[in-house]
Design a protein around this ligand. Structure first.
Ligand code: GAP
Length: 454
C-alpha cells in the first residue's frame, strides 16, 4: 500500500469527527484546529499514556498544571523576549511576509518577486494585557512552552515533596506560537499542546541522563505503534541549538509531508533555573546565569553527597501532543484490498489509543428486545473502566463495521436474536484487524474485555 497522504488523513479526520478547522463556518482560522468527538478521545488517550509512563510508572516524577498566562518577567529572564524569534523577509511587491529559511533563490514564495527586505527578527510569542489598562506594565504572554512554570515552581515543588536529585516534574498543556507559516494540518500550528518533562540532575550527570531519556522516549513511541523504520534521531548541530541548550536530540517521524521533528530531547543545563535565581554568590555556576534583580528565590537544591547547594542541570523530553496524534494516525491508517473489488479503510491504532474501545451493535434497530439488551450491556460494560463503550443504532451492521474500522474501534459486539433466545446468553465479537468473529457468553464479557484491554 502507498504511504499515507495528508489528504487521506485530513479527509478521514473531518468525515469521522477527529479534527476540524477552527472557525470553519467563517472560512477558518489559519493554524488553529479543533478536536471533534473522536479526536478528543484519541488525544486524551495519548496524553494519558504519556502521563502513565512519565508519572505513575516512575517513582521520581511529580506532576504540575500551571497557568497559561505568563508574567512578562518569566519570559524576559528565560531569554524568550530577546531570542524567541524567526528571521522574516517582507515582499515589497505582494506585501507577503515569509520565514527567511523558506525563501529559495532570493524569490518571494508567493509572487516570485526578488524585491525582498533583509531578514528581520519576528518574535513568536502572543502578547496580551492583564487587567483593564493597556500598558507595558500589564503586558503578559501566552506561554510559548509549558516548561517555564516548571522552573519557576521548582522550589515550591521541592519544598512540598522533599525530592532529592535526580527527579522530574511533568506537565501537559497548551502552548502558543505565532508561527509565520503554519502548515501541514496539525503539524505546525499556532495553538498546540505539549507534554514536557523537566528532569533535574546533578551537573556532570547530565550527559548520562540525556542518553537514557533518548532511549526511553524512543521506546515509548514504539509502544504507541510507531515503527522504527519510520523514525530517525537527529542530533542538532551546535550552531542550531536553542538559546538554552547544550545539546539536543530530535525524534523525527516520517509524516506524510516528510521526516520531521516529533519530539525534542534537550540538555538545558542550568540555564533556566540559573537565570530565574535571585543571586549567585553561593554557587560556583555563574557561567550559565545572568544577574536577576527581580527574582526573590534561589532555585537550588542540596547535593546529597557533600551538602553543597547546587543549581541542577535539566534534561527535557518535550513532545508535541498534536504531532503525536498526527504520527499515530499516519502510522495506523491502512487501506486494505479485500478482493473481488472490495476494500476497506482501517485505522490500526494500538487499542489503548482507540477512541472507542467497544461498539455495541444491534442486529436490528427496530427490535425493542434487542435494543433493550444493547442498553443493558452498555451500562454494564462502561463500568469496567476500559474506556468508551459506544452504542450504535444505525441498524445496518455492514455500515457499522465499516465506520468502526475507519475510526479504529478494536472490537464490535453484535446483539442478535440468538443472544435473546439461547441459553447461556451470548454475543458475537468481531476483531477489527482480523475481522474474525467469535461467540462469547455475556456472563464472560467483563473478564474477556478486562483481559483484552487492561
Ligand atoms: N520546551 C522545549 C520546547 O518547547 P520545541 O522544540 O520548541 O522545544 C517541543 O518544542 C515540541 O513541541 C516539538 O518537538 C513539537 O513536537 C512541538 N511543537 C513546537 N512547535 C509547534 C507548533 N507550532 N505546532 C505543533 N507542535 C509544535
Amino acid at each position: 500500500m502507498a504511504a499515507t497522504s495528508m489528504d487521506q488523513l485530513v479527509s478521514l479526520c473531518k468525515r469521522r469527527g477527529f479534527i476540524f478547522q477552527n472557525a470553519d463556518i467563517y472560512g477558518g482560522q489559519q493554524g488553529v484546529y479543533d478536536y471533534g468527538p473522536l479526536g478528543v478521545e484519541l488525544k486524551n488517550n495519548l496524553k494519558n499514556a504519556w502521563w502513565r509512563a512519565m508519572v505513575y510508572e516512575r517513582d521520581d516524577v511529580e506532576g504540575l498544571d500551571a497557568a497559561i498566562l505568563t508574567n512578562r518577567k518569566v519570559l524576559k529572564y528565560s531569554g524568550h523576549e530577546d531570542t524567541f524569534s524567526d528571521p522574516m523577509c517582507d515582499c515589497r511587491k505582494c506585501k507577503g511576509r515569509f520565514r527567511a529559511d523558506h525563501i529559495t533563490d532570493g524569490k518571494c514564495p508567493n509572487c516570485g518577486s526578488t524585491d525582498l527586505t533583509e531578514p528581520r527578527p519576528f518574535n513568536l510569542m502572543f502578547k496580551t494585557q492583564v487587567g483593564p489598562v493597556e500598558s507595558d506594565e500589564n503586558l503578559a504572554y501566552l506561554r510559548p512552552e509549558t516548561a517555564q512554570a516548571i522552573f519557576t515552581q521548582f522550589k515550591n515543588v521541592v519544598d512540598a515533596t522533599s525530592r532529592k536529585l535526580p527527579f522530574g516534574i511533568a506537565q501537559i498543556g497548551k502552548s502558543f506560537r505565532n508561527e509565520i507559516t503554519p502548515r501541514n494540518f496539525i503539524f505546525r500550528v499556532r495553538e498546540f499542546e505539549q507534554a514536557e518533562l523537566e528532569y533535574f540532575v546533578l551537573p556532570g550527570e547530565d550527559e548520562k541522563y540525556h542518553e537514557l531519556w533518548k532511549e526511553a522516549r524512543i521506546n515509548w513511541w514504539l509502544e504507541q505503534g510507531l515503527v522504527k523504520e519510520h523514525m530517525n534521531i537527529y542530533t542538532t548541530p551546535h550552531d542550531d541549538l536553542a538559546h538554552y541548550a547544550k545539546a539536543c536530540y530530535d525524534i523525527e517521524y516520517q509524516f506524510p509531508h516528510g521526516m520531521e521533528e516529533l519530539e525534542g530531547i534537550a540538555n538545558r543545563r542550568d540555564y533556566d533555573l540559573g537565570n530565574h535565581t535571585k543571586a549567585q554568590e553561593e554557587f560556583d555556576l555563574e557561567a550559565h546565569c545572568h544577574a536577576n534583580p527581580d527574582s526573590t528565590t534561589k532555585l537550588c537544591i542540596r547535593d546529597e553527597e557533600n551538602g553543597k547547594w547546587v543549581i541542577p542541570f535539566v534534561i527535557e523530553p518535550s513532545m508535541g501532543v498534536d504531532r503525536g496524534v498526527l504520527a499515530v494516525l499516519t502510522e495506523a491508517y491502512t487501506e486494505e484490498d479485500l478482493g473481488e473489488g472490495n476494500s476497506r479503510i482501517v485505522l490500526k491504532l494500538k487499542k489503548h489509543l482507540a477512541p472507542i474501545k467497544v461498539a455495541i451493535i444491534p442486529l436490528k434497530k427496530n427490535s425493542e428486545a434487542i435494543m433493550q439488551k444493547c442498553h443493558e450491556l452498555k451500562n454494564k460494560l462502561m463500568k469496567l473502566g476500559i474506556g468508551r463503550v459506544a452504542l450504535e443504532n444505525t441498524g445496518n451492521i455492514g455500515k457499522a463495521y465499516r465506520r468502526h474500522d475507519e475510526v479504529g474501534t478494536p472490537l464490535c459486539l453484535t446483539v442478535d436474536f440468538e443472544t435473546l433466545e439461547n441459553t447461556p446468553e451470548s454475543v458475537t465479537i468481531r476483531d477489527r484487524d482480523t475481522m474474525q468473529q467469535q461467540r462469547v457468553n455475556t456472563a464472560d464479557l467483563p473478564s474477556f474485555l478486562r483481559e483484552y484491554f487492561l
